[in-house]
Ligand binder design. Structure first.
Ligand code: HEC
Ligand code: HEC
Length: 334
């Protein structure tokens, strides 16, 4: 009888040990998933624990930090001697999770796609030049010298991202979400109302954002005003911004598989935020696109090689513009 009792106790203890061990393993795994920033739902995994422990790895890590904490390093109040950026925004404000978040202007395979022809400049550009486009336009900065520690770090990070794991070029989340375009034009007035209800609590009633406690960067980045992105940035284009808003904003409510805004609402919000008749932005002179016919349909500065007005290019309706170009055998970009 006693033996049997000991036997049952033994089995029970063994069972308890197995349960505890399993709990321990699963806790550990979820902690690992958090720290390693996996994006398995999108069809690719970026594991920052695999950044090599050598000089190249150091450059990759610095590049990643630069994207996450741009203002802390190279912003107007940054710790570096060279304060390349002209405002206090960070790359990750748009390329979220340092370019690894799906559907947030993802940069995971970017390194594979350059040099490439850029309609904007009307010539083939290198990836370093493309990085400098974002330093100068959204961050109002001065171009990083090609041999600077910062440019080499950002390039190393982008290279590591595209090599770091097997990322299929067709993986979900690398390209922007496609949104259906409505038959009517986007409306800045409707957008203003949506903004007050859904966005002002973080980005401020006047779109000015909220600086972080130390004032080096933002807790909530600005959407317009003299400290926000330039009108020459792609974020200033309404369809492009709406493709980003649907999966990503409001920050605490939207995910790509459970968006909060409808595409039409996102277009109205983008129309309001980017309405230069009511909102100021930093002044720029060069709007480029030397070949007018290559302008994206939602670019707002003429001249265009089609019969549509600047206003229709800015706010839509976009379908007639697409149909016009399709009739000529072209697939317009937006
Ligand atoms: C205000 C938003 C914003 C900020 C801030 C920003 N970018 Fe961008 N970036 C964009 C947009 C929009 C695009 C174009 C995306 C598209 O066409 O889908 C882009 C494109 C790029 C590309 C080209 C991607 C490709 O695959 O062709 C690179 C590289 C890039 N950005 C790097 C950076 C870096 C580095 C920083 C920080 C120094 C930065 N960006 C800051 C909005 C931003
Ligand atoms: C809970 C706070 C919060 C709310 C609400 C919110 N955002 Fe944001 N938004 C953020 C944060 C934080 C970022 C920066 C994201 C990052 O760094 O990962 C951001 C970034 C952005 C950006 C890109 C960066 C820039 O400054 O240009 C845009 C555009 C934007 N939000 C628009 C909106 C719109 C439109 C709404 C309303 C539908 C909205 N947001 C609601 C917190 C918020």
């Amino acid at each position: 009888m006693k033996k049997r009792y000991q036997y049952i106790t033994c089995i029970f203890i063994l069972y308890a040990l197995v349960v505890v061990a399993q709990l321990f393993i699963s806790c550990n795994e979820s902690a690992k998933a958090d720290s390693n920033n996996s994006n398995t739902s999108a069809g690719f995994v970026i594991d920052t624990a695999k950044i090599p422990h050598d000089q190249f790895g150091e450059a990759v890590k610095y590049g990643r930090q630069l994207m996450l904490h741009t203002a802390y390093y190279i912003g107007p109040d940054g710790i570096n001697e060279k304060r390349y950026a002209g405002n206090k925004m960070n790359c990750t404000n748009c390329h979220q999770d340092a370019g690894t978040k799906p559907y947030a202007f993802n940069l995971v395979t970017t390194f594979r796609n350059y040099p490439q022809y850029r309609a904007r400049e009307g010539r083939v550009s290198s990836l370093a030049e493309r990085v400098n486009n974002c330093i100068t336009r959204p961050l109002l900065g001065k171009p990083l010298p090609l041999d600077s520690k910062e440019m080499i770090a950002i390039m190393s990070y982008l290279k590591w991202l595209s090599d770091s794991s097997y990322v299929n070029n067709n993986a979900k989340g690398l390209k922007n979400i496609e949104i259906p375009l409505p038959d009517i034009a986007a409306s800045s007035e409707r957008g203003a109302q949506l903004y007050t209800t859904n966005c002002a609590r973080c980005h401020g009633a006047s779109g000015e954002g909220q600086l972080r406690y130390d004032k080096v960067t933002y807790a909530y980045p600005p959407l317009w005003g003299l400290n926000a992105y330039q009108p020459g940035s792609s974020m200033h284009r309404i369809v492009k911004m709406a493709q980003w808003l649907v999966p990503n904003m409001p920050y605490d409510k939207a995910t790509h598989d459970k968006p909060f805004l409808t595409p039409a609402q996102a277009l109205d919000l983008a129309a309001f935020i980017n309405d230069d008749r009511i909102h100021q932005r930093p002044f720029v002179k060069d709007f480029q696109y030397p070949n007018y016919g290559e302008k994206p349909i939602d670019y707002d500065r003429g001249p265009f090689n089609d019969p549509f007005s600047d206003t229709q290019h800015k706010y839509g309706p976009f379908k007639p513009i697409i149909a016009y170009w399709a009739g000529k055998g072209f697939k317009p970009t937006y």
